[in-house]
Design a protein around this ligand. Structure first.
Ligand code: PMP
Length: 285
């Protein structure tokens, strides 16, 4: 596989990063994941805009313009022959000479930028989407700037492992009784045909797929409500689903062992997945 590191396209074995990189030592970095269908990037503009915001919030310099990033994404998709898959991008605050909590001077410590692809043949028609996924609830003990897409992903990884151990597929994180989001996705319930998802704030990541799905839902005259919902309300909902760039729209069929509806993907979730895939393919670049 050919990867990109600080200006170079290299075979992955030849790509090198300093052991002093603050991404490695301190999780001082941000990332984006953009999906590729039929060789084209989905919602690249949204991911690039969120990346810029993450960098700004952390006082980190952007090492490339949006146009340059697009060029790198496209080059990697082409060099690796990706038809369906993902492009991962990470920018960290670089590698000063020593470990220090204070941020280094960006003039002498340039940020580190890495991109690589993941090949996922048939990404859009996953068997998991046909069956739906099971989630468990776990406490949300993450920091309170979840709107910044940092590489600080230890707790979400632990939440995912708790889910696996419990025989489920993923975890929904709960704070003060309310669902914040999934371990790596935004969470929704459906009641009486209405799509309900938590309002945007620093408590959740502002999902690019979330924004697109809500826009498409409204355009299709579906009712959308952005508000908090409790885990108890979720267990009594007609349907549930999650969204992310890599899973698109994924139906949730069970929460903490409680089956929703008849325990199969709901009508609204299936429709949203179809609309999202159709519409976002049209604007893929
Ligand atoms: N919330 C969290 C915590 C995530 O990690 C992700 C995926 N990176 C999302 C939501 C979904 O965001 P997006 O639709 O932009 O992939």
């Amino acid at each position: 596989r050919i990867v990109y590191v600080n200006g170079d396209y290299l075979p992955e074995e030849e790509a090198k990063i300093s052991i002093f990189d603050r991404g490695f030592l301190m999780a001082d970095g941000v990332y984006e994941v953009t999906s590729v269908l039929d060789g084209k990037l989905l919602d690249f503009g949204g991911h690039a805009a969120r990346l810029e915001r993450s960098l700004t919030e952390l006082d980190m310099a952007a090492p490339a313009t949006t146009e340059e990033l697009l060029e790198i994404h496209r080059a990697l998709v082409e060099k690796n022959g990706i038809v369906d898959g993902l492009v991962y991008l990470q920018i960290t605050r670089g590698a000063p000479g020593d470990r220090d909590f204070a941020f280094p001077d960006p003039a002498t410590t340039p940020s580190t930028i890495v991109l690589f692809t993941q090949n996922k043949p048939g990404l859009a028609d996953s068997p998991q989407a046909r069956a739906g996924i099971k989630v468990i609830s776990v406490p949300d003990i993450r920091w309170h700037r979840r709107d910044i897409k940092t590489v600080q992903l230890l707790y979400p990884s632990m939440a995912k492992m708790m889910a696996k151990k419990a025989g489920a597929d993923d975890a929904w994180m709960v704070e003060d009784g309310y669902v914040t989001e999934g371990s790596s996705n935004n969470a929704y319930i459906v009641k009486g045909g209405k799509i309900i998802t938590r309002q945007l704030s620093n408590d959740i990541l502002h999902g690019i797929t979330r924004a697109a799905v809500l826009r498409f839902a409204r355009e299709a005259q579906m009712e959308v409500e952005e508000r908090n919902f409790t885990i108890d309300e979720a267990k009594e909902a007609d349907e549930a689903l999650v969204t992310s760039a890599s899973s698109f729209v994924m139906p949730v069929v069970e929460i903490d062992g409680v089956a929703l509806g008849d325990g199969t993907p709901g009508r609204v979730a299936r429709r949203l997945r179809e609309i999202y895939l159709d519409e976002s393919r049209k604007t893929a670049i």
